[in-house]
Design a protein. Structure first.
Length: 279
């Protein structure tokens, strides 16, 4: 009993430390976002103190500086289209590769080749991609979406092929006996059963796409189209950073992706639980 109590106390301390670690930056962001620039001090006590008056002026100014609604629209367009295409294309590819690589070495090689893309840093690809997209007329939002579709393919293929092991092949055999084609089997049986993994792929793809700065910066440069992360660079100059407006803008950008995560949370937990049971 005593030993169990010690373990519980240790785990509780770790959980408390983890909670503080996660929520402290969020607390700082909210407090600074509501403060006036004159209230910003260099000492810790001043930084942690509540603002003298709670005002939305920083949020209004941040929206003006970032051209918030246009930037939000670009971010939403790129993120939602990328998510839709990723679920569609990567689930089909994951199904074909996952079911075939156990019987054919060629598909095993294809699987390893695609997954190996996870280890290629973007810095190596950046300059060739900038030149290639410009030559192909893809130095725009469409080019960014296509690049995201390629960048997230290794991770998503890995997830889909792994989750596919939870689905018995006997279901497909039964569908084949009933006269269903492979295409019909996938759409009517396999695709709906992979909904927990669809949610996982959606939130992981959304987080990476929504917060990415580098890809839109190098691909969409000069187009006059900004995503929210690009627009937020306006707060950083060679002379300093306007933290009040910056943190207000960060909170505004956090709200849509937080809502999306909450909507997908149940499906994500189901996907993790099913994967754990299978393991």
């Amino acid at each position: 009993m005593k030993e169990t109590g010690k373990v519980n106390r240790i785990l509780t301390a770790i959980l408390i430390l983890g909670t503080v670690t996660v929520f402290f930056p969020l607390y700082m962001a909210v407090i600074i976002a509501f403060k006036k620039p004159s209230e910003m001090t260099n000492d810790v006590a001043g930084a942690l103190a509540f603002p003298s008056s709670w005002s939305l002026d920083n949020f209004k100014e941040a929206m003006r500086v970032t051209d918030f609604w246009n930037s939000l629209g670009n971010s939403l367009l790129i993120t939602l289209v990328t998510i839709g295409l990723a679920i569609l294309v990567h689930s089909i590819a994951g199904y074909v590769i996952g079911r075939s690589m156990a019987h054919k070495k060629t598909f095993r090689f294809i699987y390893l080749y695609i997954v190996s893309g996870m280890f290629v840093p973007f810095a190596i690809l950046m300059m060739p991609l900038v030149k290639q997209t410009a030559q192909m007329g893809l130095g725009n939002r469409l080019g960014v979406i296509l690049l995201y579709l390629v960048f997230y393919m290794p991770m998503n293929i890995l997830l889909y092929t792994g989750y596919l092991k939870n689905i018995p092949e006997t279901l497909e055999e039964a569908a084949s006996i009933d006269g269903a084609t492979t295409w019909q089997t996938f759409w009517k049986i396999i695709f709906p059963m992979m909904s927990p993994m669809h949610a996982t792929v959606a939130i992981l793809t959304a987080l990476g796409t929504w917060n990415d700065v580098m890809t839109p910066l190098v691909i969409m440069s000069g187009t006059g189209k900004n995503t929210l992360p690009l627009a937020q660079l306006n707060f950083q100059t060679q002379f300093g950073t306007n933290y009040n407006l910056a943190f207000a803008s960060y909170i505004l950008a956090l709200i849509p992706i937080l809502i999306f995560y909450l909507l997908c949370q149940k499906q994500i937990l189901n996907g993790v639980a099913n994967g754990a049971v299978k393991g």
